[in-house]
Design a protein around this ligand. Sequence first.
Ligand code: HEM
Length: 183
Amino acid sequence: MEPRAPVPAGYTRTAVALHWSVAGLVITLLAMGWIMTDMAGSPTKLQVVTWHKWGGITVLALFFVRSLWRLTHPVPPPLPMAPWQQRAAGTMHALLYAMLLVQPLSGWLFSSAAGRQVVYLNLIPLPNLVARNPALGAVFKDIHGTGGALLTAIVSLHALAALKHHFIDRDDTLRRMLRWRPE
Ligand code: HEM
């Protein structure tokens, strides 16, 4: 196989750090979500659910940091690829951004409607977004569960597409998210 040419780095260090920290958090939260819903009620489960909520609120905060970063910093130009691939990637990224907002918000709404206030890192009491309402809580729980499945599908497709670009197309799509250019 031909050795690859050096990658013209496209993203800033902050963009790369935000991408991988959100990716790591989301994958961990998805795994925690599935595991903890199968756990019998216990202090350990309560602890895991609390960590899950803190992680989810961190993703929500990072969503706003990331959106602000993206609006104020130019994104590197797209790499050459078929127009349908550009469109598919654009749709996928829009869906990912939407889910990074919907998923933590539905979790927070679910907790609020269940009457359980979130105290972020045991330090910052967050307001309940809605008054206690078990029926509404059940709706948000369903949205959160379906959102988890949807997010799992989108993240898997996103990762598979990155691997396809790297190993089959042998282009720089993945490599330029693994290095950064100066801010
Ligand atoms: C990106 C962020 C998040 C992801 C990916 C995520 C993912 C998940 C998943 C996959 C489940 C299992 C759903 C099921 O099988 O029904 C779950 C459950 C849950 N999540 Fe999240 N979640 C996030 C954020 C949050 C936030 C911010 C809160 C609350 C502040 C929260 C509270 C809960 C609760 C209370 C449960 C159910 C626990 C139980 O019934 O035992 N989540 N989450």
